[in-house]
Design a protein around this ligand. Structure first.
Ligand code: SF4
Length: 289
């Protein structure tokens, strides 16, 4: 049984960078506390936990002497200030792609322009971006919500980094009907999610079974499952190798593997190793029969 990895899988640039920054802080002997879980992967959070990394939900929980980490989603300027006042050190692991959206929003607001951000208003990234353009920004899920907005002044349209392109383009078109001014449209979608989906789709059409390694609560992992299922009925979202049922692999000649943007390499290696062991076992059983 061949085990094939998709061309793009696992940690995206921003998550890898955030984990590295936490590891650097640990190496300096810091007591590290992240505001919200650093990544949506329980196993990696447990690993970091064994090195003393803990999570807080409010800046007020940080104490002098501790290092506060801002995760890849970023935070509002106000939250950043609160952390800086309380912590001995702040490690800002905001993904540079998110920083770009924050800066664009802040600049437009400073010019007294409206900012329309297409994304999920409850997502931490959107809460952070909104905080960079207070009184000027509207976060909308899709084009249907644009009609509820007031007339817009020289609007800038940007996007959450992980949304679908068509959703963004439709919303940007709808914004044009809400203003007499010129509309500045900047596509700030990050390609990491799409690249992983494209690679998974390409491989899923060629294999007998597919395993997506990722957190059950990770939306990009769940999307990968949907994409793979379209091509390969036997597609499974698993968090660890223990969830693989060898019965699902009987008769499989090739198995595909991919992983969500928050899945660490050590976990991916563990799963692929286990799949190969199952393959060997099934082969020897078949010979005996
Ligand atoms: S998905 Fe893209 S924007 Fe989000 S953290 Fe990863 S690299 Fe950054």
């Amino acid at each position: 049984m061949k085990v094939l990895l998709a061309d793009e899988f696992g940690f995206c640039f921003g998550v890898e960078r955030a984990v590295e920054m936490v590891e650097e802080a640990l190496a300096e002997g810091d007591t590290v506390r992240t505001l919200g879980p650093l990544i949506h992967n329980e196993q990696e959070m447990q690993r970091l936990g064994t090195h003393g990394v803990s999570t807080i939900s409010e800046p007020v929980q940080i104490k002098r002497g501790e290092t506060a980490v801002i995760r890849a989603h970023g935070v509002t300027p106000q939250v950043q200030r609160e952390l800086e006042e309380k912590a001995s050190k702040v490690v800002d692991a905001t993904c540079p792609f998110v920083t770009r959206v924050q800066k664009l929003a802040a600049r437009a607001a400073a010019q007294d322009r409206h900012v329309v951000v297409v994304g999920n208003p409850d997502h931490p990234e959107m809460i952070g971006v909104h905080g960079y353009a207070p009184g000027h920004a509207f976060v909308v899920k899709d084009a249907s919500e644009i009609e509820n907005l007031p007339r817009l002044r020289n609007p800038l349209v940007v996007s959450q980094t992980t949304i679908k392109l068509q959703n963004f383009l439709d919303a940007a078109e709808a914004v044009k009907l809400k203003t007499d001014d010129e509309v500045q449209i900047v596509n700030t979608i990050c390609s990491a999610t799409r690249d992983r989906q494209d690679a998974a789709r390409a491989l899923a059409g060629e294999v007998d079974a597919f395993y997506i390694i990722g957190g059950r609560h990770s939306s990009n992992s769940r999307k990968l499952l949907t994409v793979c299922k379209e091509q390969c009925e036997k597609s499974f979202l698993i968090e660890t190798e223990d969830e693989i049922n060898p019965q699902d692999l009987i008769g499989a000649e090739t198995v595909g593997v991919t992983a969500g943007a928050s899945t660490p390499n050590w976990l991916i290696e563990k799963v692929t190793r286990h799949l190969k062991e199952i393959g060997e076992k099934l082969k020897s059983e078949a010979v005996l029969n």
